[in-house]
Design a protein around this ligand. Structure first.
Ligand SMILES: [Zn+2]
Length: 437
């Protein structure tokens, strides 16, 4: 604790020493989000202003808040600037949070400093060491731009276990989003919406139907990382993945709100900026993307699935662990026990939910009639990088496998007995041969 305080003091002193007036800020890229015009650089301090992209005013005025932040700072090499952003206008809690930075938008590190100043109502962050390159990307959490979905689709399309769904093309496209213009005047081009099926085509007979979705809330990138981890596990060569592909068909809709993601929005998209995208699944009229995805889900699955997992992200406070929401009927279900074995810190949040949530519409008879539906939430916890999110996603697959496609793993005692039997057999044969000779 004393060491942490010392580092913080040293950082504060360092921070006041260097003038960094030349730093420029930009958000002009896939998923970028910063009110650049309202942000400013003064001496050593970079004052950031978040974009308030969810414009809903009733019943609660969300238009006063920002959430997703992702920008580029240029001309920073050798500098140790202090960044600050409002903590009171952030929808969530920034205590104990850490922003991330990257020089290449691929490899991310956590800033080593970050704290809320309660007097100024600012969250203040930075590093004790200077930036090593001239351009640095800075984000609230690990980004997952639309281009990453497109790249992942290209990879999974090569798997022999991936095929188009009934509503999809050979390129795994099930429709198009609307595109539009965002609150900063940027043009968002219409995007392909993806859907595909994972199963082992050589295994015939009745199979479980499992629906996986991500990207519903446009800034909840952590959910997309975990979903990618689950998909990569399902396409892997482990005995559990082999068994799951034989036992089930997975219908995957990895990015249901790409316009909102590209525009750097946090719960909505340029087509319906005042709407929460996870409250309209029961009536997505006027939502080009969700209408196309919902129609595809119904057609592809025949309107009936056994399991539904909707991947989301969460935004502090970090006294809370990642959790998943379930309806009451799922409380004692085997999947929740299996997941608790693999991920004891993921907590279960019993919540009857809103009729327009994908989980709730998906478990309704007029929706996908899912027997078991989950909203899986993954936090931007300090220290949690991509590998850990991938692993959590993979554990969702492993837990499902424990329930619907258990793999027989011999107990160590069984293995010893088996080995002893083989040795006895070999010795006997050798003895018989030598007896004959
Ligand atoms: Zn969400």
């Amino acid at each position: 604790m004393a060491a942490r305080v010392l580092v913080a003091v040293a950082w504060a002193c360092l921070g006041s020493g260097t003038a960094v007036g030349d730093i420029t800020l930009s958000q002009d890229f896939d998923s970028g989000s910063l009110d650049v015009a309202a942000s400013s650089v003064s001496g050593n301090t970079v004052s950031l202003v978040g974009r308030k992209t969810w414009t809903q005013t009733t019943p609660f005025n969300y238009s006063k808040y920002y959430r997703w932040v992702y920008f580029k700072a240029s001309d920073v090499q050798g500098l140790t600037p202090t960044f600050q952003i409002s903590s009171s206008a952030f929808l969530g809690d920034l205590s104990d949070h850490r922003y991330v930075y990257s020089y290449d938008q691929e490899n991310w590190s956590f800033f080593d400093q970050g704290q809320v100043n309660t007097t100024t109502a600012k969250y203040v962050f930075g590093n004790t060491t200077a930036f090593a390159q001239d351009e640095v990307y800075i984000a609230y959490s690990l980004p997952y731009p639309v281009t990453r979905t497109i790249e992942h689709i290209a990879r999974v399309a090569m798997s022999p276990f991936v095929s188009p769904t009934t509503s999809g093309t050979a390129g795994l496209v099930i429709g198009q989003s609307a595109g539009g213009t965002d609150d900063t005047g940027r043009t968002v081009s219409p995007h392909d919406l993806y859907g595909y099926k994972i199963t082992d085509p050589s295994a015939t007979g009745p199979k479980f139907k499992v629906l996986l979705a991500g990207g519903n809330h446009s800034c909840e990138t952590m959910g997309n990382h975990a979903l990618e981890g689950m998909i990569d596990f399902l396409l892997g060569s482990s005995p559990q993945a082999v068994a799951l592909r034989r036992a089930a068909e997975f219908f995957v809709y990895p990015q249901v709100n790409p316009d909102g993601r590209e525009a750097g929005y946090y719960r909505s998209s340029p087509e319906n900026p005042d709407q929460d995208y996870n409250r309209v699944w029961n009536d997505p009229t006027g939502f080009t993307d969700l209408t196309a995805v919902r129609d595809a889900m119904i057609l592809d699955t025949g309107g009936k699935v056994d399991y539904l997992f909707d991947f989301h992200g969460m935004f502090g406070p970090w006294s809370r662990d990642p959790y998943y929401s379930v309806s009451y009927s799922d409380l004692d279900y085997n999947f929740t026990k299996a997941l608790a074995e693999l991920e004891p810190t993921i907590i279960r949040d019993v919540d009857s939910g809103d009729p327009g949530m994908l989980r709730i519409w998906g478990s309704s008879a007029s929706g996908l009639d899912a027997a078991h539906a989950f909203t899986a939430e993954f936090g931007a916890h300090p220290g949690v990088l991509e590998d850990r999110l991938d692993e959590m996603g993979a554990n969702y697959a492993r837990a499902l496998g424990m329930v619907i496609a258990p793999v027989e793993v011999p107990e160590p005692a069984t293995l010893v007995l088996l080995l002893a039997g083989i040795i006895t057999l070999l010795l006997k044969r050798r003895f018989r041969r030598s007896g004959r000779a």
